[in-house]
Design a protein around this ligand. Structure first.
Ligand SMILES: [Zn+2]
Length: 470
């Protein structure tokens, strides 16, 4: 039934995804992408709220009434430096510094729309109550869009959230992701002639360097799953002959849970204070963004597993395989193997498939796990508010992973479209199961309550920090 309901929309959905690919935009400035999706949803009978949680480009599209209230989460932002000509299997950007859909968010957003639209038509066809909500979530790559939306209570009246992410594999995304905090440390010193009057100068650049060195010593004394990254965003000028009066460094601090991440953040702040003391400069901390770790929901994973088993994997034509082969050959197979997710049940089977196929052509079985994968997503914040489940579908060849020109290049191909429509089918069929068996939603909520016992959602972003572009 779901497949038949999806079919009539397929061409226009693929065109919509292509149009988002063609207008890559950064977080909170996805004006054209957001507008195209909103127009599409309005044309198809959805009511749409815009500027959700003051994110400007974020939207909430709704249809229907009563329970279940199923949320489908979409994204649409692009990445700097990921510009690439479509279908070109060698690095060939039109603009090397330009933006591109190197994480497949044009598919992610439209796939969520496709799932919501199809589930809406199922509710209509059956004449039963239920509410479909499709969230256009901006600024995933940088901006923490869903964290602001969760902080604002946007998801609070939904029963569950179902989402997906384009990937190299067809599988359930089980496990957690890292909590993170990103901030700027800005140091203020005194400029002086570096040779003539160095004793009068106080170097802000020295402070940045001492902070970085201090943090590099910290690494030995943090948990092995903690991560701290930095980028110097202002080195104080180009002249070595002037003591640098201003300097700034941007830090990204990650740990497996929100409390641990906050503790690690405080340790880095203390090192920054030490750097300011040592250099006789002053220091300010400017909060940028923060994300929560993901709370898994095994009940929803079980629903996905049944749906994957009933649906089977997409079948690829010889032309699609030849197309995928060109891209698979542009990256190391062993590199792909080294990044196999922890949740994969039969790693050897997947290794074989990677070595002998050019694209994932089976549903990769997974285990339930709380294991924290390295990296962060703003889906984590939604998972602290309502039971949330995520699937991945292969939209790209084997080889390069997310944030690669290979993903941008393949973004309008038939394998990308196939993966997007397959994800929509899996999500809509999962929603159908939840509609038919309301006890599954109850069970998912009970599991959520059990996991949340003794902890409550506190957004990592302080209340006075608003969605912003830096
Ligand atoms: Zn992504």
């Amino acid at each position: 039934m779901i497949r038949e309901l999806l079919k009539p929309y397929e061409d226009e959905l693929c065109r919509l995804a292509d149009s988002v690919w063609e207008t890559p935009e950064p977080g909170f400035r996805e004006f054209q992408s957001s507008r195209a999706e909103i127009d599409f949803l309005k044309e198809h009978g959805f009511e749409v709220k815009t500027n959700v949680a003051d994110t400007v480009t974020g939207y909430e599209a709704s249809w229907g009434n009563g329970h279940p209230v199923i949320a489908f989460l979409g994204e649409f932002d692009a990445l700097y430096g990921m510009n690439q000509k479509a279908d070109c299997a060698a690095y060939c950007p039109e603009d090397p510094k330009g933006m591109g859909q190197g994480c497949g968010h044009h598919l992610l957003g439209v796939g969520a729309i496709a799932a919501g639209l199809t589930f809406r038509d199922l509710l209509k066809a059956r004449g039963v109550s239920g509410t479909v909500k499709i969230f256009g979530c901006p600024g995933e790559e940088s901006g923490s869009g869903k964290a602001y939306m969760a902080r604002d209570g946007v998801f609070a009246d939904c029963d569950v959230a179902l989402t997906w992410h384009p990937a190299n594999f067809h599988m359930i995304s089980s496990g957690s992701s890292q909590s993170c905090i990103q901030c700027y440390f800005r140091f203020h010193g005194v400029s002086a002639h570096a040779a003539g009057a160095p004793h009068l100068g106080r170097s802000a650049l020295d402070a940045v360097e001492l902070l970085d060195i201090g943090v590099n010593y910290l690494r030995e004394h943090m948990e092995s799953s903690d991560r701290v990254h930095y980028a110097i965003t202002n080195s104080g000028g180009d002249s070595p002959n002037v003591v640098q009066a201003e300097a700034e460094v941007r830090y990204l601090i990650r740990s497996t849970t929100n409390p641990k991440c906050k503790q690690l953040f405080e340790r880095v702040i203390r090192i920054a204070r030490g750097a300011a003391l040592m250099t006789d400069t002053t220091m300010e901390v400017i909060f940028d963004e923060g994300l929560s770790n993901t709370i898994p929901n095994f009940t929803l994973e079980d629903v996905f597993a049944r749906v994957f088993a009933e649906t089977g994997a997409p079948v690829y034509t010889p032309e699609e395989r030849a197309y995928a082969r060109k891209f698979a050959d542009s990256f190391s197979t062993e590199g792909q193997i080294s990044a196999i997710p922890f949740a994969v049940k039969d790693v050897e089977k997947l290794k074989e498939n990677i070595r002998h196929s050019e694209i994932c052509d089976y549903v990769v079985e997974t285990i339930h796990t709380d294991h924290c994968e390295m990296g962060s997503t703003d889906v984590g914040d939604v998972s602290w508010v309502i039971p949330t489940g995520t699937v991945n579908t292969a939209c790209f060849s084997y080889g390069a992973g997310s944030h690669s020109w290979q993903w941008t290049a393949q973004g309008k191909s038939s394998i990308a479209h196939k993966g997007m429509l397959y994800a929509a089918e899996i999500l809509a069929r999962s929603a159908e199961k939840l509609l038919e068996q309301p006890e599954l939603i109850r069970k998912a909520k009970e599991e959520f309550d059990r996991r949340m016992e003794g902890q409550k959602y506190e957004c990592q972003i302080p209340a006075d920090v608003k969605p912003h572009v830096i």
